[in-house]
Structures are given as structure tokens and as C-alpha cells.
Design a protein around this ligand. Structure first.
Ligand SMILES: [Zn+2]
Length: 268
């Protein structure tokens, strides 16, 4: 593969394009095709590969997204750092629509999703105590703050299976556990990124309050999409700022996630 990129962006609901004058590349992977053609272009002096997580026409619901193919395709293109914008619901009254959360933890409440590349020929146990890249998080935080975006540093993203939204009881339980936001795509994406030794940073845009939160009346998919669409231009600018601010040399430990582990096959 000739075209290379150093930074990957996986766009969420409503975020279907990022790069102008980009080359469209059909990447094939051992896990089938990614959500869509990958567009590769430049932001400033950085080469970037973009994948719309749900496909450009939003054809993949959260539980059907080809997560493994998406991450594999990015690594195959040379990507080492991934920024992952997504729409989330807030589990706290004080975190309202429009806030940007850069979570530092997640809790998996999905069921039945394939969550590993390494399911044959030996076990591979990666560390996931801190699932997100510390460098990516701090870059995203400062980019958001310089854009005067209401930004929350840290918090736990609970990932539900979907496609349905939470019941009030589930939502209240999540809040009672101290979790901050709820989404449907953060897992297994973060895990698969770590399994490929990629840096991964979640940029979680709050679109609404979840059903059990005071002031939360529950949401419709249309409302989420409309809100996210209204914020896409802002998110695109933020992602571009973060891309140019990411360091070229990685000093975090994400790249060493597989050191000393015998892999059952070669990574791209
Ligand atoms: Zn990292």
C-alpha cells in the first residue's frame, strides 16, 4: 500500500467527512471491508486517514459496525494515533448538551460483540487499565479549551449494546455508579485500538441527557442526529486542531502495548 497516513480519525454520527481533496482508498482487511472507503489527505503538515464509523449513509447501527476492519485498515495505512469523535448522552445534570467529555475510563455493557483480534492460536492479554492515550487526551483537552468549548477532563463512558436507548432504571443505575456519559460505539473500538498498539482518544460530544437524569426526557435518534449535525462543523475544526497538535514522536506507552507478547500473526 503506497498511500500512508499517521493519524486516524473515526467520525461519529453526522460526521461523515473530514478532508477536502482527499484520496479515496478501498482497504481490504482480514475482517472484511471497513465501514466505508477510507479518505486520506492532509491537515496542515500531517497525513490523516478518515473513516465514517457508521458509513457515509449511516448504514451500520452501533452493534453492526465493522470495528475490527476499521482499526486494522487504519494501522495498515500506517496510522499510530486515532481520534474518535462520537455522540453520547449525559448521565449527570451538570453535564449538558454541547459539552465535550474526554473520558479516561469506560465500562462495557454491550453483549456479544467481537472484542479481540486474537481469538485463535494463543491468548493475547493487553493491559487496559487506562484505555485512552494520555497524550491524545491532553491534546484534545487543550484544543477544546482554546476553542472555548465547555470541556470535561475525564469521566467514565458506559457503552451500551443499543440500538435502543437506556431505560430510566438503567440510566439511574449508571449515574449511581459514578459514570458520566453513555454511548454505543466506544467499545470495542478502544480495545481493538490497544490490541494494535494504537493511541486512541475519545472526543465525546454530549447531545442530550439520558432518560434517568433529571431534565432528561429520553431521546429520539432524530434528535441526536440533529444535535450532532449542528455541531459537526465545530467538531471538525476541533479535530483538525488536535491533529496538528499531536506530537510526531510518541512518548506514551500505547505503542508498547504488545511488547513481549507473542502474537499469533503479523500485524500490518
Ligand atoms: Zn498514546
Amino acid at each position: 500500500m503506497v498511500t500512508r497516513a499517521e493519524i486516524g480519525v473515526i467520525g461519529g454520527s453526522g460526521f461523515y467527512s473530514l478532508l477536502d481533496d482527499a484520496e479515496e482508498i478501498e482497504v481490504s482487511t482480514p475482517y472484511g471491508p471497513p465501514s466505508d472507503v477510507v479518505t486520506v489527505g492532509r491537515i496542515g503538515s500531517r497525513s490523516v486517514a478518515f473513516i465514517p464509523r457508521h458509513g457515509r449513509d449511516h448504514r451500520f447501527p452501533p452493534h453492526r459496525i465493522p470495528y475490527r476492519a476499521n482499526l486494522w485498515a487504519l494501522r495498515a495505512l500506517g496510522v499510530t494515533q486515532v481520534l474518535a469523535p462520537s455522540a453520547v448522552g449525559s448521565l449527570r445534570p451538570e453535564i449538558g448538551p454541547g459539552a465535550l467529555v474526554i473520558p479516561d475510563q469506560f465500562v462495557d455493557r454491550t453483549s456479544g460483540r467481537v472484542q479481540t483480534f486474537y481469538d485463535l492460536n494463543g491468548a493475547v492479554h493487553v493491559s487496559l487499565a487506562d484505555p485512552y492515550c494520555p497524550t491524545g487526551r491532553s491534546v484534545a483537552l487543550s484544543a477544546a479549551r482554546s476553542a472555548n468549548w465547555e470541556t470535561i477532563d475525564g469521566g467514565t463512558l458506559v457503552v451500551i449494546e443499543g440500538p435502543r436507548f437506556s431505560t430510566r432504571a438503567e440510566s439511574r443505575w449508571f449515574t449511581a455508579n459514578g459514570w458520566s456519559i453513555v454511548g454505543m460505539t466506544g467499545f470495542p473500538e478502544a480495545v481493538l485500538a490497544r490490541e494494535l498498539a494504537l493511541c486512541y482518544t475519545s472526543l465525546s460530544l454530549v447531545t442530550d441527557h439520558d432518560a434517568g437524569v433529571e431534565a432528561g426526557e429520553g431521546v429520539t435518534h432524530e434528535e441526536v442526529l440533529a444535535f450532532f449535525a449542528a455541531n459537526v462543523a465545530r467538531m471538525r475544526t476541533l479535530v483538525s486542531e488536535a491533529v496538528t497538535a499531536l506530537p510526531r514522536e510518541r512518548t506514551c506507552s500505547c505503542g508498547s502495548a504488545l511488547d513481549g507478547i507473542k502474537l499469533p500473526f503479523e500485524l500490518p
